[in-house]
Design a protein around this ligand. Structure first.
Ligand SMILES: Cc1ncc(COP(=O)(O)O)c(C=O)c1O
Length: 347
């Protein structure tokens, strides 16, 4: 058994790559960071949920089958994240589209990192607030923009950053961004789709920096480290929590099915995210040893990285081909073609 396979088996990352049949190995192509998508406990919970509640939810939240399971998931997510409460919705995209208009509206301001995920940008557009884009991961640029807008912003101001930027694996400089936001009285929100399950003992980038009390809103997704599908919003204020009940994705769209919520509960279980997080970390450290020498020689890598060990390879065709060659040599490593094609091999 090759070392790579041994590592992945330990981590539970070994998985079937659907597009290439039943092959196990290291999968750099998906966001299933902890290998939970095929975890037997998570699968069993989903199957039991289908047996009990059916495949679909049958309607919007208030009438949906299995709402009690969704509520239990919300309770557990809030407990895990250390927040006042949580709402579970259909996806991370929907979570962002739903929560931004709850926080700001016409006449307000929303500040976005240039490289934020599209869903926070779309949420900002839907809100009708004035959108200001600041330079990527740059707290001084944010402070400058906040200062510039201050005289025009008598009402609410919201700052949104990704916790971990999905394409490069960079961790946002959250302590300095929070500092800047606080000095202008802005509400701070982190879209932690990629940090959750990976950083802060699985609790995410906000917990990693010890900032839970200072970040009003966090958005997460069940479709990455949890290996399922769904999204959630965690909040530090009961008042905002209450207002989220009227968010359009809640009132105008069919709720997440109970079996997905059941699968998320299994992924969050002590034997789920916690255990897989610990094992995956060992696996990544071991894998990093494998790849580091090659990566340092060939890749230009961002200075700040999370466990994903991203490799920026530039846009030159030869670079792309070289990475493909390495992926081929290791055989059991899958690298996302899309991201390679865009000049970056990450995850
Ligand atoms: C930073 C970020 N936010 C939100 C989302 C949307 O999450 P979901 O796939 O659950 O809709 C993604 C997914 O690509 C993401 O990378």
């Amino acid at each position: 058994m090759s070392q790579e396979i041994a590592i992945t088996t330990i981590a539970g990352i070994a998985r079937r790559a659907g597009s290439v049949g039943r092959v196990s190995g290291l999968d750099f192509s998906t966001n299933d960071y902890l290998g939970l998508r095929n975890d037997p406990r998570v699968r069993a919970a989903a199957i039991q949920g289908i047996e009990e509640f059916g495949v679909g939810s049958g309607g919007a939240r208030e009438v949906a089958a299995g709402t009690a399971i969704v509520r239990e998931l919300e309770r557990r997510i809030a407990l895990f994240k250390g927040t006042r409460g949580a709402w579970v919705v259909q996806s991370g995209y929907v979570a962002n589209m739903g929560v931004v208009p709850v926080l700001v509206g016409p006449g307000d301001f929303v500040f976005l990192d240039r490289q934020n995920h599209q869903s926070t940008k779309d949420g900002a557009l839907l809100s009708g607030a004035s959108v200001v884009v600041y330079a990527h991961a740059d707290p001084s640029a944010l402070a400058r923009e906040l200062k510039r807008s201050a005289p025009r912003a008598p009402s609410k101001t919201l700052v949104i950053t990704d916790g971990v930027f999905g394409v490069t694996g960079e961790i946002a400089p959250l302590p300095d961004l929070v500092e800047a936001a606080e000095s202008y009285g802005a509400t701070f929100m982190v879209d932690d789709a990629h940090g959750s399950g990976v950083l802060g003992r699985g609790r995410g980038a906000v917990a990693h920096f010890g900032l839970t009390e200072r970040v009003a809103v966090q958005v997460g997704t069940a479709s990455k480290a949890m290996g399922v599908l769904g999204g959630y919003v965690t909040l530090m204020s009961d008042e905002i929590l209450g207002r989220f009940a009227d968010a359009r994705p809640i009132t105008h769209s069919t709720a997440i099915p109970a079996h997905l919520a059941a699968a998320c509960l299994a992924a969050l279980d002590d034997s789920g995210v916690g255990e897989n997080f610990r094992m995956a970390r060992h696996a990544w450290l071991a894998l990093a040893e494998h790849l580091r020498e090659f990566a340092d020689r060939q890749f230009h890598r961002p200075h700040q990285r999370d466990d994903a060990e991203p490799g920026r390879i530039g846009k030159r065709t030869e670079d792309v081909e070289r990475v493909r060659h390495v992926a081929y040599r290791y055989k059991d490593i899958f690298i996302s073609r899309q991201r390679v094609a865009r000049g970056t091999a990450a995850r």
